[in-house]
Design a protein around this ligand. Structure first.
Ligand code: PMP
Ligand code: GLN
Length: 383
């Protein structure tokens, strides 16, 4: 018997992270593709997971997240962004930022709605918009800075516009929003019902003394925003898939209606361990900009002798490089060639576009041990 399946996501294939990851394994390439650290989380954090498992904290957590973790998050938001939030009604712990993004979109976007996204865009936004019956309106970020053209945003806004999705620091380009950007955005959404979804998973990876311009710093924007974070990036534990969403109570209530049926909860002992570690070691995230700036500078320094062109990234643990002086290959072929023939895996940037421009960029992840970065740069400098 054959059954007909009407795919709800006919355009979607296997993500580039899986494709390049498998190719890197196959060719034993140094994997600077998918964004994950090759170093360990702090031992004290790992020990707390073990502790809570042994203590028997192995059953369902409360739907919104364990209370001690939501309290720790509220304290951190106050310290970091000077915003008072209610741990009960404005914080939801989710299995990864990905689930928070999905729930924020599907809880509020209805058929016929338009959602503005900026290309290149992280790959998880559009499928959630489509599954909600909405339509993504793709606006380009302007290279080489990959900044937002606010006039184009203004021109794109119409009565069907339901949401604008922002991502700063930005994956894959490393660009960051400025305070002026936030003010420009506020001006455009004032007196509308447009919601904001702000993906801020790289909040602590901002370099050169700049501060992260969170939407939580801006009263008007925070009042209409889901702001999404990930413990995976902050504590070097991407595999723990634990994140959280801060949103005003009314938006949080809608997000939780979806969250409680998508996953219901995030993993209990991990939440308890993160709460302990946030309380005992707040200096961890305060040291992150310096920690990653060292890695960025090391990688860029080592790559300065190569034929790749680049500007040191402003944020994230990704470095975009232009290979136009090296090859005419399209970026997907280039990433595969680098992985297969040159021993260093990279992510092509065109996959983050609806309509890829003919640019020649690939993305390298520098969340790696110094020796890994030195070895990778050595291989790249030989090209
Ligand atoms: N947003 C962006 C921009 C990301 O780079 C990632 C990284 N994977 C995520 C969301 C998802 O985070 P998580 O692994 O916590 O789901
Ligand atoms: N955010 C990670 C990256 O951009 C990948 C996460 C995933 O594999 N979906 O590399």
């Amino acid at each position: 018997m054959s059954i007909t399946i009407n795919s709800k996501l006919p355009q979607v294939g296997t993500t580039i992270f899986t494709v390049i990851g498998e190719l890197a394994n196959q060719h034993q390439a140094i994997n600077l593709g998918q964004g994950f650290p090759d170093f360990s989380a702090p031992k004290a954090l790992l020990d707390r997971v073990d502790y809570h498992i042994q203590q028997g904290h192995n059953q369902y957590a409360p739907m919104a997240g364990v209370a001690s973790l939501r309290d720790a998050i509220a304290i951190k938001i106050k310290q970091q962004y000077d915003r008072e939030i209610s741990p009960d009604s404005e914080v939801t712990v989710t299995p990864g930022a990905t689930e928070a993004l999905y729930c924020g979109i599907t809880a509020t976007v209805t058929p016929g709605d338009e959602v503005i996204v900026f290309d290149p865009a992280y790959d998880s936004y559009e499928p959630a918009i489509e599954l909600s019956g909405g339509r993504a309106i793709h606006l380009p970020l302007l290279p080489p800075e990959f900044s937002i053209d606010w006039q184009r945003v203004k021109d794109a806004i119409n009565p069907r516009t339901r949401m604008i999705i922002l991502n700063s620091p930005h994956n894959p380009t490393g660009a960051t929003l400025s305070a002026d950007d936030l003010n420009a955005l506020a001006e455009l959404v004032r007196d509308t019902d447009i919601l904001l979804l702000s993906d801020e998973v790289y909040e602590h990876l901002v370099f050169d003394g700049e501060i992260h311009q969170s939407l939580l710093l801006h009263d008007e924007l925070a009042a209409r925003a889901f702001v999404v974070f990930s413990f995976g990036k902050t504590y070097h534990v991407t595999g723990w898939k634990t994140g959280y969403c801060i949103a005003p109570a009314a938006l949080t209530a809608e997000l939780r209606k979806v969250h409680q049926y998508v996953t219901f909860v995030a993993v209990t002992p991990i939440q308890l361990a993160l709460a302990d570690f946030m309380r005992d070691c707040p200096e961890h995230y305060q040291q992150l900009p310096g920690f990653y700036q060292h890695k960025r500078d090391l990688f860029c320094d080592q790559m300065s002798g190569s034929r790749f062109k680049f500007q040191p990234t402003a944020g994230t643990f990704f470095q975009l490089v232009d290979y136009s002086e090296i090859s005419d290959l399209d970026d997907r072929s280039m990433a595969e060639w680098l992985t297969r023939e040159k021993g260093v895996a990279a992510i092509p940037v065109s996959v983050f576009y609806k309509e890829p421009p003919n640019t020649k960029y690939v993305r390298f992840c520098f969340a790696k041990e110094d020796e890994t970065l030195i070895k990778a740069a050595e291989l790249l400098c030989r090209i």
